[in-house]
Structure formats: C-alpha cells, structure tokens
Write a protein that binds this ligand. Structure first.
Ligand code: PCA
Length: 201
C-alpha cells in the first residue's frame, strides 16, 4: 500500500498536492500571463489546504513536456492544472480535449516550426481532460469570472503539452486539465478566479 493511502486510512489529514504550470513568453511577446500567474501564485500564501508546485515551462516542442515530467515525477501531485495564453480569446477557457496533431503557424522558442503531423504516430487520436468541467465553470463563476468550454487547444505547443500529459497520466489516474487565459489588459480577476478554482477542487 502506498504511503499516502495508508496515511489516509489512518485519518491523518494531508494537503492536496497541485502541480500547476504556465508558459514563458513566445512569439516576440515579452510577457505571458500564464507564466505571470505562476509567479503571482508562488508569491501568495492563500492556498491553506493545498501544496502547490508552480512551474513555468518553455514554449518548445518536446521541451515543455520533458520539463513537466521531471516535476511530476518528483512532486507526485494529486491534480494537474496546465495553463497557457490564447491571446485572441476574450474569456478564460477550459479545454475538453488534447488532439494528436501539431500544425504550427509560428516557430517555438527554439525557432522550430512543426507542421501537419501527429504528435505520437502510435497514440490515440485524442484524449479528454479529466477534471470535471462543470465544476471548474461553477468555481470560476463563484469568483465572478466567466469560464467557457473550448473544444480545441489549437495545434501548437499548448495542445502538444496537453496531449502528452493526458497520455502520460492515463494509467496514473491523476486528474488533469488545461485552462487558456485570454488576451486582456489586466489579469487581477483572472488570477483570483484561478485561485478560487485551485482552492475549490
Ligand atoms: N500559448 C501557446 C503556447 C504557449 C502559450 O502560452 C499555445 O496556445 O499553444
């Protein structure tokens, strides 16, 4: 029996562990609100019953997932929340699926542009995210923020990370989701909504 399961049986309360990721800037931007949210979160003390590991990932094909895996294997989280920027969206969106496809319009931060190909030639075509979407939406609403459902995380680095993470976690059964931040002037309300989500899950 795993140590955490035994401790649970003994009734000892342990903090739920969250691995939360954002991305570094890309496409000539100097900031990425998803990375800024990780820094914002790491600087706060408002996650009383949560143990948080916040990580900013590189916007690099293959690079994001290998960095994620390193932290996942070391931290062994109970839940995974991936975030990134979708500049052309107006609202916070939660992704339903990761697809087995990459078709980049712009290079990643190594200057690499991967077009029209499967992420994993022998992998499933798509995988569903595994944190209850209705619950995420109602938690965001309770913080006064609109969170909409999205059925496409795009065909760039965010979708590549999401797909690889969902594949990796399939047999581990760790719930995982992806939330895209919109393009906004001010992210105060967005960060508070994300904090409410983490504290409510
Ligand atoms: N957004 C990009 C990659 C990094 C990020 O924050 C995307 O949606 O694929």
């Amino acid at each position: 029996m795993k140590a955490r399961a035994l401790i649970g049986l003994l009734g000892i309360h342990m903090k739920k562990k969250f691995l939360i990721t954002g991305f570094e800037p890309f496409d000539k931007d100097t900031t990425n609100p998803s990375g800024d949210w990780i820094n914002w979160m790491n600087s706060r003390n408002s996650f009383c019953n949560r143990e948080i590991c916040g990580v900013i990932l590189p916007v690099k094909f293959n690079g994001g997932f290998s960095e994620f895996k390193k932290f996942y294997d070391e931290f062994c989280p109970d839940m995974v929340i991936l975030t990134g920027l979708a500049k052309n969206r107006k609202e916070l969106t939660v992704e339903r699926i990761g697809i087995n496809w990459v078709d980049a319009r712009i290079p990643d931060n190594d200057g690499i542009t991967i077009t029209s190909q499967k992420i994993d030639v022998s992998g499933p075509d798509a995988l569903f995210t595994t944190i209850d979407i209705d619950k995420l939406i109602s938690l965001a609403n309770s913080a006064g923020c609109v969170l909409k459902l999205s059925t496409s995380a795009g065909e760039y680095v965010c979708n590549e990370l999401l797909y690889k993470v969902l594949c990796y976690l399939q047999d581990k059964k760790t719930p995982a989701t992806f939330i895209h931040l919109p393009g906004l002037e001010n992210y105060d309300g967005t960060y508070l909504a994300l904090e409410t989500i983490v504290n409510g899950l």
